[in-house]
Design a protein around this ligand. Structure first.
Ligand code: MG
Ligand code: MG
Length: 267
């Protein structure tokens, strides 16, 4: 069942989303060769608690940490550890926060030092596909419109769209209806309505779409060992149109990036 949010609830959700956005900004300012994902995880947990919020993933389905940290061929659900990041790595960081009874949930894939051009392209196209998908999240459109837009945009670059993991409705529960696959057919699936809030999150592989799971029961990685990228925003339908609740602004401030990519999704 899809749970529609009131304007007041959407504002509470914006608060939760922005705590995640600011947490990712702090992570961005610390990522460099030599740093460990466990160090970043502790930093994130401390910051989230300082905001009067709870880490959204810690303990959720028994996940052991605050951040999902998935380097290189890991797609999602990587567990932070004390292995230092290396020059040329990429690292997908997914973060959740719970405040006032509502979850925020968003993610960004970072470059560690200087990264191969082929990998930079994967990150760029995956991030662009996120906005291509968000553009379709409007009243009257359907689940398949988001999925097909993301699929078409990424597959034309020869990339693999992960099938087993999907975006989702977001609210008082981390994973609400509807599921939002990053593939699909235009005009198919549940219809979008005013007041819906979702997490849209393309997970795109440089090579095959096929995945494996590590024996830790969590980490999902590409079957061919090639890199994978993951970008995620929290989005509400306001006045029929997609409005971003989360932002990459804090990341871009930390990295010295100037971008107007979010402007079209602000009221
Ligand atoms: Mg997430
Ligand atoms: Mg999510």
């Amino acid at each position: 069942m899809i749970i529609i949010k009131t304007p007041e609830e959407i504002e509470l959700m914006r608060d939760s989303a922005l705590i995640v956005s600011r947490t990712l900004g702090i992570v961005a300012s610390e990522i460099k060769p030599g740093i460990t994902t466990l160090f970043l995880d502790k930093l994130a947990e401390e910051f989230i608690r300082d905001q009067g919020a709870e880490p959204g993933f810690l303990g959720l389905y028994d996940f052991p940490n605050t951040l999902c940290m998935s380097p290189n061929a890991q797609i999602v659900h990587g567990i932070p550890n004390d292995t230092p990041l290396n020059e040329g790595d990429i690292i997908s960081v997914d973060c959740g926060a719970l405040k006032n009874g509502f979850y925020g949930d968003h993610a960004y894939t970072f470059e560690v030092g200087e990264v191969a051009q082929e990998t930079k392209n994967l990150l760029q196209i995956t991030k662009e596909s996120l906005y291509v998908g968000i553009r379709e999240f409007r009243a009257g459109n359907r689940v398949g419109d988001v999925g097909s837009a993301i699929q078409n945009y990424t597959e034309k670059h020869g990339y693999g769209v992960v099938r087993e993991l999907v975006g989702h409705g977001l609210g008082k529960v981390m994973h609400e209806d509807p599921e939002l696959p990053n593939y699909g057919r235009r005009g198919r699936g549940k219809k979008f309505k005013e007041g819906m809030v979702v997490a849209i999150e393309p997970m795109i592989n440089m090579g095959t779409q096929r995945i494996n799971q590590l024996k830790d029961g969590w980490t999902i990685l590409t079957a061919d060992g090639k890199p994978s990228a993951h970008f995620e925003h929290d989005v509400a339908i306001v006045n029929g149109k997609p409005e971003l609740l989360s932002t990459f602004k804090y990341i871009y401030d930390a990295l010295g990036i100037v971008s107007d990519e979010e402007d079209e999704f602000r009221s």
